[in-house]
Design a protein around this ligand. Structure first.
Ligand SMILES: Cc1cc2nc3c(=O)[nH]c(=O)nc-3n(C[C@H](O)[C@H](O)[C@H](O)COP(=O)(O)OP(=O)(O)OC[C@H]3O[C@@H](n4cnc5c(N)ncnc54)[C@H](O)[C@@H]3O)c2cc1C
Length: 510
């Protein structure tokens, strides 16, 4: 009865989804200004009326809470007690100030693909689910778009494509633009335009203080540097402006090949030649992985290799011919409208690569090119473990070889993204149904595969892309080895987040 009355009290201002009875959600009552404990009732009563029309609060035990907290990787997932779905950008600032007042930890979440284990440090937290801030408007100049902090790749691709435009975005359909962009943001258009972060013009962000500021080259310019590569550390983006361009091609060509493992060395040799140490044409990119496909073999993993080309089949033929000649067991090639490319190649919203609900242990390493004997050793280690423990046979090792001109055209020191010299992003993804008994198998194995990949490039430091990092890497691996980088980031952290409120995603240690 009490909760019904309470709903009625706030219903005129917000939509409230509630479990009955409402659980006690916060361990701590550290409010300086009131003796009321921050229970769900209090969150409803105190935060609810402050939020804009259309905002929602979700509590455990409801389908809305379940949806809003569902994650791609369930391993070390954040522990969330209440979800705030903002009805406006101002609600984000309101929620941050409220959480600060009560000493409640908080975390921005959009599409839920963040997988670093540092996310597991949040306990009984408020999730600020920015997904509702997902508007995309192409500005009158036709050269920029104003985008909500909760937008994601496929939304941007669709909107731009239908207006004959293009820009940087991630390559999987499902990923949040800011989740990716604050850490850099690699993708298929990077040969033309660079990273997502390289295309930002300005960013509206709610800082740990609860203040909303605009960050750009001219406004808060110190933070502008840090946001583009280490941005998860500094606040919650409610809106940003991004450069857009006339689309170079409305349709793309792709060719996907499946090879048996005996072709591995030859295939990798061809890829090295094609990638030309990072100098491949900006229209040309590739993506390959090891995976089990029982339709082809029940005894060994296969090699799935995809070429993407911004142009026609005929123009791509000189690059694809050697792979056709190599004798794939299966191939599929086609011209598709750009918005359909991700799903045509297994990276769409509905594909397993985007599916929520599995434990996914990920370790990345940047490479310059392929060490042929090392890729064999990696394949063997992948096979050995997935044969020994079949519960791991949804795992993959992925090598992303996008074109690089746009990335390398941006001076390395001009942003906090530290890995512009890498030509390939390699990663192991150990995937399994949540099962604590498997964690102790999957994690050391995944780390071993990553270390093995790294050992194929003697003398190179281990670069770990922040958006794929597992969470046990050193600060240098993630944020760069030049001492000035970490010094600068530490200075920004002290200035903009002195109490470490944004410490749940690969935190900069001060
Ligand atoms: C299937 C898949 C494909 C991927 N493909 C690519 C790719 O092509 N290129 C690439 O660069 N990366 C890629 N990634 C990695 C991706 O960049 C990160 O997982 C990223 O964190 C996902 O953002 P999200 O919104 O989807 O996830 P979330 O878990 O919702 O967000 C991750 C973190 O980002 C922060 N965050 C999100 N939104 C905001 C915001 N508005 N303001 C402030 N902070 C925010 C929060 O700290 C949050 O914990 C991929 C990941 C997956 C799982």
């Amino acid at each position: 009865m009490y909760s019904l009355l309470l709903s009625f009290f706030v219903a005129s201002r917000i939509l409230i989804s509630q479990a009955s009875p409402l659980p006690f959600i916060f361990d701590r009552a550290v409010n300086d200004t009131t003796s009321l404990a921050p229970t769900p009732q209090n969150v409803q009563r105190q935060l609810g009326p402050l939020l804009a029309k259309g905002a929602s609060l979700y509590f455990p035990g409801t389908p809305q809470f379940q949806d809003a907290t569902s994650r791609w990787s369930t391993y070390k997932a954040p522990n969330i007690a209440v979800v705030v779905e903002p009805g406006s950008a101002k609600d984000v600032a309101t929620a941050v100030s409220f959480a600060n007042k009560f000493g409640i930890p908080y975390l921005a979440m959009n599409k839920g693909h963040g997988s670093t284990t540092t996310l597991g440090a949040i306990k009984n937290g408020i999730e600020i689910h920015v997904r509702s801030l997902n508007s995309i408007t192409i500005n009158a100049d036709g050269k920029s778009a104003s985008i909500g902090g909760g937008s994601y790749n496929q939304e941007l691709i669709n909107k731009l494509w239908s207006n004959g435009k293009a820009s940087a975005s991630g390559s999987c359909a499902c990923v949040g633009l800011m989740g990716a962009g604050l850490g850099g943001g690699l993708g298929r258009y990077q040969g033309f335009y660079g990273l997502i972060s390289d295309n930002l013009i300005d960013v509206d962000i709610v800082l740990a203080s609860g203040e909303t500021v605009t960050v750009s080259e001219k406004s808060n310019s110190d933070l502008w540097w840090g946001l583009r590569g280490a941005g998860h550390n500094f606040g919650i983006v409610t809106r940003f402006t991004m450069k857009i361009f006339d689309s170079p091609a409305q349709n793309w060509y792709f060719a996907q090949f499946v090879f048996t493992q005996d072709k591995l060395e030859k295939m990798v040799g061809l890829v090295n030649t094609m990638m030309d140490n990072g100098n491949q044409p900006k229209e040309l990119m590739n993506y390959y992985l090891y995976a089990w496909n029982p339709a082809i073999s029940t005894t060994e993993p296969v090699v799935i290799f995809t070429i993407y080309y911004i142009g026609t089949k005929e123009q791509a033929a000189k690059y694809t011919k050697p792979y056709f000649d190599l004798g794939p067991v299966f191939h599929n090639d086609s011209m598709v409208a750009y918005p359909e490319l991700a799903s045509a190649t297994g990276l769409g919203d509905e594909d397993f690569s985007c599916a929520h609900g599995f434990n996914r242990v990920q370790y990345p390493v940047g490479l310059l090119n392929y060490n042929v004997s090392n890729t064999r050793a990696v394949y063997n280690l992948f096979k050995e473990q997935t044969v020994a423990v079949p519960a791991l046979n949804l795992s993959t090792v992925v090598f992303e070889g996008y074109s690089l001109q746009g990335v390398k055209a941006v001076p390395a020191a001009s942003t906090a993204y530290p890995h512009r010299e890498d030509n390939i992003l390699a990663s192991i993804l150990a995937v399994y149904a949540p099962n604590p008994a498997l964690d102790s198998v999957a994690i050391p194995w995944a780390r071993k595969v990553r270390d093995l990949m790294h050992s194929g490039q003697p003398g190179r430091q281990l670069n770990a892309y922040v958006n794929y990092a597992f969470g046990d890497e050193t600060q240098e691996m993630v944020y760069g080895y030049e001492p000035w980088r970490l010094e600068r980031l530490r200075g920004l952290k002290k200035k903009y987040d002195p109490k470490g409120k944004f410490n749940f995603y690969e935190p900069i240690k001060v």
